[in-house]
Structure formats: structure tokens, C-alpha cells
Design a protein. Structure first.
Length: 139
């Protein structure tokens, strides 16, 4: 995991070098703010686009993995193999709150990650997102 220098302004982006980040891979970086607090970020390249998220898995506190992504396109938590869309943070096929994603812009070969701005506004998981089971228990 790389440790990043502090940003010029706490409200500005964090610059992350991405020249070595392969398609379908994720890497973790540790962001340290001016007040000394830290946040582990995970950055990935999917479909030629860069995405960034908080590495904390919302399921049971695991951390999203770095290295090859699941199916070459999903963040995943090695604790229970939950998968998440990098652009939206939404879980794939399993009811779970989304991971926190951040807006990313590109400057040269660097990603500028706006850690103080969520990239998407995703509604947390609720039972109402899934249809009720079929009558008779599906028999």
C-alpha cells in the first residue's frame, strides 16, 4: 500500500499516480489529512476509466482487496466475497449497503480523487429493494 502526501488544501483532490495501474486491477493507498486522520482508499481501472472508493466494506468491516478485480470489473471483499460496482459502489447480487465512492478526474497519468465529495448518491440497502418471496415458499 502506498502512502500519499497531504493535499495542498484539505478540500481539494488527492493526487494518485496511476501509470502502473493495470486494466481490471485495484490498488490501495493511504490518505493522511492535515489533522492526522487517515483513510484507506482503493483505486481501480475498469473499461479504461479510473474509479476510487473507501476500502471499508459495508458488510462486516472487511477491506476491499487490491490486485486483480473480481471478473476484471468488480471491487471485492475477501472476507465474504461480496462484489461492488466501482462507479456506483452498489453491491452485486447480494443485499448490502454500497461502498463509498469518490469523484475522480484525470490529469496526465495521475488520478485526482476528491475525497471530500461522494461520487454518487446511492440509497443504502433496504429490504424494499428486493421483491418478497413467492407465495408457498417457491414450491
Amino acid at each position: 500500500m502506498s502512502r500519499l502526501p497531504e493535499p495542498t488544501y484539505d478540500s481539494g483532490p488527492v493526487r494518485i499516480p496511476t501509470a502502473s495501474l493495470k486494466e481490471g486491477h485495484a490498488k490501495k493507498v493511504l490518505y493522511v489529512s492535515r489533522d492526522g486522520s487517515t483513510q484507506e482508499l482503493v483505486l481501480c481501472r475498469v473499461g479504461g476509466r479510473l474509479h476510487a472508493a473507501d476500502s471499508a466494506c459495508p458488510h462486516q468491516g472487511g477491506r476491499l482487496a487490491e490486485g486483480p478485480m473480481m471478473e476484471g470489473r468488480y471491487y471485492h471483499c475477501p472476507l465474504h466475497l461480496y462484489r461492488f460496482h466501482p462507479a456506483s459502489g452498489e453491491s452485486v447480487e447480494i443485499p448490502c449497503d454500497p461502498v463509498t465512492t469518490f469523484r475522480v478526474t484525470v490529469e496526465g497519468s495521475d488520478a485526482l480523487v476528491w475525497v471530500h465529495e461522494r461520487a454518487t448518491s446511492v440509497t443504502p440497502y433496504s429490504v424494499s429493494h428486493f421483491p418478497p418471496p413467492a407465495a408457498g415458499g417457491g414450491k
